[in-house]
Design a protein around this ligand. Structure first.
Ligand code: AMP
Length: 395
């Protein structure tokens, strides 16, 4: 795995694919600069080595050239975060971009215009990728958030740098964290899978059954497993067409070393509403008219014990409807248990969508070993797929 340390950037122009797809408000101000901060270590390392950076990214989903999606809007924020002056050029290919790159001195940064102003970007078009490749001596991919896309700037362009390409610091960290859970994690390894549906997590479940010692299931997908086993789930979320699949998973688990842990009780509500009437019920005795919206106190205790005695922990998906305070307790408790284990020396990875949002919302993100920056990319990695953006650098 080639990283920044394997390349001498002195006097080189590094073409760096970053993920600056940040949210903007109606005044085109950046409202969350997490992704810009995430790219900083790579950029600063290249500059300190005596190189310069040509940064390329997409922003939003423009249809052709649309000023509202111009990366020009984020230049000030990038300057603030990096603490370095940043140039901008109105195009991401062609003579204008080439001229701006030619004028770049060591220690300088240039941001190219939105890659998705060209439809060739998403098509992975080789001619467009070749045009991009003219803008650097070295190609660095640090955009984990788009690593699962085979686009021109994330995958195709790498072909034009057979010996001069590497992962950026963020990409390297993401890849190492996944490896640490899936390949080289200290045992016992525990995966916590929550969220709404079994259907969206099935490939992850299949992929990790051989890799973990404990599989904790929570969230809405619990009830498909409980109903499949004949339990009463009232009006809880269920995927009727996945009941067979749930039974197959339970059978698969029996033949493996992994222990699967389903909730034993639930906080149930008489409506999908923060102010609904609530009570606690056994997970398989939920009366009609009621639905399980969070794990119950017995489950919290059970899960806590497993988590705090684990050495490696993966968390994907909330344990309940954490967006409503009444049903956030289980997600908070599990997050706290992971934080506690981490403090005691365990490795924890939080990745893939809503668990990241939950960890941030409840002030737990800083207490985890690593919080992934890529939603879809992390999910596909956990499914065992080799992401195009990663494969292109490994080639
Ligand atoms: P996912 O995107 O599959 O990780 O699902 C996340 C969503 O699952 C969140 O919006 C949660 O509110 C929702 N969720 C978690 N637990 C439950 C539950 N018991 N019933 C319904 N939705 C749930």
């Amino acid at each position: 795995m080639k990283t920044l340390n394997d390349i001498d950037f002195k006097s080189k122009k590094a073409l760096v694919r970053v993920d600056f797809n940040v949210p903007l408000n109606e005044n085109f101000e950046v409202t969350d600069n997490t992704r810009i901060k995430a790219a900083k270590p790579t950029v600063i390392k290249i500059l300190e080595d005596g190189g310069s950076c040509v940064l390329m990214s997409h922003l939003g989903r423009p249809k052709g050239i649309q000023d509202e999606f111009s990366l020009r809007h984020i230049v000030d924020e990038v300057e603030d975060v990096f603490g370095v002056e940043v140039g901008f050029v109105n195009n991401c290919i062609g003579p204008e971009a080439q001229k701006a790159v030619a004028a770049l001195e060591p220690g300088q940064i240039l941001i190219l215009e939105n890659l998705r102003f060209y439809e060739e970007e998403k098509k992975g078009d080789p001619d467009f990728a070749h045009e991009l490749s003219l803008l650097g001596d070295v190609y660095v991919n640090d955009a984990f958030g788009t690593a699962h896309r085979a686009h021109a700037s994330t995958a195709t362009v790498a072909k034009f740098f057979p010996d001069n390409k590497c992962f950026g610091a963020l990409m390297a960290k993401e890849i190492e964290s996944i490896k640490r859970v899936m390949e080289s994690g200290e045992k016992p390894i525990t995966a916590i899978l929550g969220g709404a549906k079994v259907s969206s997590k099935i490939t992850i479940i299949e992929n990790i059954l051989d890799k973990v010692d404990h599989l904790i299931i929570g969230g809405g997908m619990t009830f498909t497993f409980i109903k499949a086993q004949g339990g009463q789930i009232g009006n809880s979320l269920v995927e009727e067409d996945k009941l067979e699949l749930a039974l197959e998973i339970l059978k698969m688990v029996e033949s493996k070393k992994v222990e699967m842990h389903l909730p034993i009780d639930a906080k149930i509500a008489d409506a999908f509403n923060n102010d609904a009437k609530t009570t606690i019920a056994a997970i398989d005795e939920i009366p009609d008219g009621w639905m399980g919206l969070d794990i119950g106190p017995g489950t919290i205790e059970k899960f806590r014990a497993i988590i705090t005695s684990s050495k490696t922990i993966l968390w994907n998906g909330p344990l309940g409807v954490f967006e409503m305070p009444t049903f956030s307790e289980g997600t908070i408790a599990v997050g706290k248990a992971i934080a506690e284990a981490t403090k005691a020396g365990s490795f924890s990875l939080v990745g893939g969508g809503d668990s990241v949002a939950a960890a941030k919302q409840f002030g737990l993100a800083q207490k985890m070993s690593y919080v992934s920056t890529g939603g879809g990319a992390m999910l596909e990695s956990l499914e065992g797929k080799l992401l195009p953006g990663i494969a292109a650098i490994m080639d």
